[in-house]
Design a protein around this ligand. Structure first.
Ligand SMILES: Cc1cc2nc3c(=O)[nH]c(=O)nc-3n(C[C@H](O)[C@H](O)[C@H](O)COP(=O)(O)OP(=O)(O)OC[C@H]3O[C@@H](n4cnc5c(N)ncnc54)[C@H](O)[C@@H]3O)c2cc1C
Length: 477
């Protein structure tokens, strides 16, 4: 993208994947013109919820561990950064997900796509549902589509098409697990849009899935939400952060850590940022890449409509625990990537991931690395528990499901407070209000996981779009 001859002074707030991608795209789009670019991150490190560490000879992920490949944006960025040869794939032999039911783990039937079957025979023989539950699910093939009516929650959509049993036993932990959210409140259109669309276009979700089984929605026949077409990088997801940081630094942009932005202001010429411990700084344009929860505090003085709509997007908190065991502490076969746990089960963890099975080489052969997920909107109290309590509960639940003897040899956890925006009923309208309020503020842009997708590719796409808009604005000034 070309730019005018004028010098541009721009800022990005937030150093997670959205902010770093935005800074990367801006530095590329502004290449050839005179510009200064500064990024401000509140924490002492960059990456936001992406945090990869090496401990006890193992690569541990404190946040996301996989990149969804069916959406292009992350893979394109990986290619642009020269990281393509570093992509690591999941172990094809064990591409399965499990569901906890009555204290035991059972596989999702082959061909099951997050919330519905795309193959009838394997579904008919699953032990996860009763005969009645299976028959009710298959009624989807005969129930006509719904074109009108109020916006539906995930649970209303699922109950209407497939019945209550599959909602409680499979969909709640699968969809609720991704968003660490409440399926009674999450908007079906905003969180499972591909399935809502299948109903509209095919009359039945299952018929639609069967028709598209070989295509991307089914993840090449892979079952499960988290364990489908996913990849990581040698060095973990943190390698993407490092490559972005190196590239941004080579454009001579300034990346400031330990620099929380405390206020944004408007001047005749542009925008100001008040950064803790620094003089107020002036910019032509600013791009805010923060989850809605953090944004609310910054936009308060600016515009009440904008702030009100942002405040209506709640952000859930969660905890990721990495636990390392000796391989011989369990006789479980670990023939899958992990499992999710319905809210009806009596556990603290909401999911478990077999990290060293999913991505080979993450720890020595004689070790087993597992991750446990806790928290979310259905268990906010867990956030106030001590680390010791969280380690103990995670180990207790994993040990019960996976027949683990003895204590973990190492453990590490990360808490992500108010980090996962909830796309609840009315989300689409809220996002419309936010972006229409923004039109009154030329030079101010937003990107991140609060609007139209929480996954890493969605965040990168949102950063790219907003960076493009900012450069077009600068050019037109
Ligand atoms: C536990 C967990 C697991 C996940 N797993 C996956 C996965 O496997 N695959 C996937 O695709 N997605 C996954 N996601 C979702 C995805 O990782 C996130 O949506 C995405 O990384 C968010 O990036 P972001 O930059 O928008 O926000 P964040 O990563 O939250 O970054 C925002 C940054 O802004 C900073 N900040 C806040 N306030 C201020 C301020 N006032 N001034 C300056 N800086 C400020 C914060 O410190 C933070 O660093 C996961 C999310 C979580 C929490």
């Amino acid at each position: 993208m070309e730019s005018s001859g004028r010098s541009h002074k721009v800022a990005v707030v937030g150093g997670g994947i959205s902010g770093l991608s935005a800074a990367y795209f801006l530095s590329r789009y502004l290449e050839g013109s005179e510009f200064s670019l500064e990024l401000f991150e509140a924490r002492p490190r960059l990456g936001g919820v992406i945090e990869t560490v090496t401990r006890d000879g193992c690569l541990m992920e404190g946040g996301p561990d996989s990149i969804f490949t069916a959406k292009d944006d992350a893979l394109n960025l990986i290619r642009d950064l020269g990281l393509q040869s570093k992509i690591v794939e999941t172990d094809t032999e064990r591409r399965r997900s499990l569901i906890a039911t009555r204290g035991e783990l059972h596989p999702l039937p082959p061909g099951f796509v997050m919330l519905a079957p795309s193959e009838i025979l394997p579904f008919a023989s699953t032990e996860l549902l009763s005969t009645r539950g299976k028959l009710r699910t298959l009624m989807d093939l005969f129930i006509g589509p719904r074109f009108y009516g109020d916006e539906e929650s995930v649970s209303r959509f699922i109950e209407r098409r497939f019945g209550r049993e599959i909602l409680e036993k499979i969909v709640q932990p699968m969809v609720g697990g991704i968003y660490v959210g409440d399926v009674d409140k999450l908007s079906a259109e905003c969180t499972i849009p591909q399935f809502v669309e299948l109903e509209r276009t095919n009359g039945s979700v299952i018929a639609g899935l069967m028709g598209r089984r070989s295509k991307s929605l089914s993840g090449n026949g892979v079952s499960g939400a988290r364990y489908g077409m996913f990849v990581s990088l040698e060095g973990g997801i943190g390698a993407l952060v490092h490559a972005l940081v190196d590239s941004i630094r080579s454009s001579e942009a300034a990346l400031h850590t330990d620099s929380p932005v405390e206020a944004i202001g408007r001047t005749d010429a542009g925008w100001t940022l008040s950064v803790k411990g620094q003089l107020q700084k002036e910019f032509d344009s600013i791009l805010l890449c923060l989850p809605s929860h953090d944004l609310v505090e910054l936009t308060g003085e600016l515009d009440s409509d904008l702030t009100e709509a942002l405040a209506e997007i709640p952000c859930a908190s969660s905890i990721v625990v990495n636990l390392l065991y000796d391989r011989n502490q369990s006789d479980y076969d670990f023939d899958a990537f992990g499992f999710v746990v319905p809210a009806t089960e009596d556990t603290s963890i909401i999911a478990g991931s077999f990290s060293s099975v999913k991505y080979k080489g993450r720890c020595p052969e004689d070790k087993l690395m597992l991750r446990a997920f806790l928290g979310g909107v259905l268990d906010e109290e867990i956030m106030s528990c001590s680390d010791e309590e969280i380690f103990a509960r995670s180990h207790r639940d994993l040990a019960r499901f996976l027949n683990i003897k003895g204590e973990p040899v190492s453990a590490w956890l990360r808490r992500w407070t108010h980090s996962m925006p909830q796309y609840q009923l009315g989300h689409k309208e809220r996002v419309r209000r936010i972006f229409s309020s923004l039109q009154h503020f030329p030079g101010l842009y937003l990107a991140g996981n609060s609007y139209s997708g929480v996954g890493i590719p969605d965040c990168i796409a949102s950063a790219r779009t907003s960076a493009g808009k900012m450069v077009a604005y600068l050019k037109a000034r």
